[in-house]
Write a protein that binds this ligand. Sequence first.
Ligand code: AMP
Ligand code: ZN
Length: 112
Amino acid sequence: MSQESDCLFCKIIAGQIPSTKVYEDDTTYAFKDINPKAKVHVLVVPKRHYGNVAALAKQDPQELSHIVEVAQSIADKEFHGEYRLVFNTGRDAGQTVFHVHAHVLTGEVLDE
Ligand code: AMP
Ligand code: ZN
């Protein structure tokens, strides 16, 4: 599995840094955001390292589609299937971890 040695999320996926797991399969890992912005705030990440969603879309569109399915299943369980899905892309857009991750915000009615 391609990993980057100084990547926080690669370390979380490898179990070297603790996280609260929500879901896992062969290609994908989901865990609770440490600083939640909604009642339920989960990060869904591919186990393979891609820097952002555009790189993921280009190199593994099937995995991007799978991440949406995982997000949907979390929201189905937590909040009648409704959720916000955010990919911050680039430093000036608020991306701080350069291993692509979907923010799944759900569990309550969200502000517009
Ligand atoms: P972004 O700013 O879009 O790159 O999102 C990075 C997210 O990772 C932020 O929402 C952080 O709260 C979250 N985060 C940072 N460190 C951890 C950690 N150790 N465990 C869980 N979430 C984290
Ligand atoms: Zn990584």
